[in-house]
Design a protein around this ligand. Sequence first.
Ligand code: GTP
Length: 266
Amino acid sequence: MSSVFGKPRAGSGPQSAPLEVNLAILGRRGAGKSALTVKFLTRRFISEYDPNLEDTYSSEETVDHQPVHLRVMDTADLDTPRNCERYLNWAHAFLVVYSMDSRQSFKDSSSYLELLALHAKETQRSSPALLLGNKLDMAQYRQVTKAEGAALAGKFGCLFFEVSACLDFEHVQHVFHEAVREARRELEKHSLPRPLFISEERALPHQAPLTARHGLASCTFNTLSTVSLKEMPAVAQAKLVTVKSSRAQSKRKAPALTLLKGFKIF
Ligand SMILES: Nc1nc2c(ncn2[C@@H]2O[C@H](COP(=O)(O)OP(=O)(O)OP(=O)(O)O)[C@@H](O)[C@H]2O)c(=O)[nH]1
């Protein structure tokens, strides 16, 4: 199985290989997906970046005394979800991020949660999602109350956190580790690995573009049986960059941070 795109199975005990978890970060442009990802990987806040870059990073974590090989896809969907299969069929869990100072970003996070719910329904497989209200440090400019965030999360049955990529690292780390725990619970329910990309192309009668039902332009909903190999993300779109968190977190070895291409890290 490909180590980049495959869905590995959950580890079964302390002696087994590290648990492998794929995590996708979704949300409107500017919500803070990249800032949160980089904060988690490096403990640092970035303020400049290339918004069009989409990369998948890898980090060795320890969650509840269990080694975890965590891959984080920092998605860049531009204005609307596109080619969603690249993360829908890849991730074991999702972080859906909105910026609490933007009502539009909150609306878009709702669309993402709806997309995930529909995907779960159509594939009969659910992957946990966590809803994150980012930019807590800007709370004085908030357009979305904490109660609204909690209500939306409650509607979709997911965990909810308010966070800031600018504030303490531990809280951001806690949220990512919660996503790992959620993914682990789900993986343990399904001990067999699940297929990822199947080459057969066959339109199903019930297949309908999400555009029609949910206003998500350019994102068609395919069941696993209709996803074709050519929909696999190009290497450039989902490049695996290994960042050992212990190295990335060490100021003495700061050059290692250049692995996070496109970011200026201070
Ligand atoms: N004050 C504050 N600014 C933040 C926070 N997180 C991100 N930002 C800023 O918000 C802007 C957008 O952040 P990004 O992390 O690039 O947002 P994104 O969701 O990755 O956006 P795209 O890359 O365009 O998809 C940047 O200027 C960040 O510096 C935060 O927690 N607090």
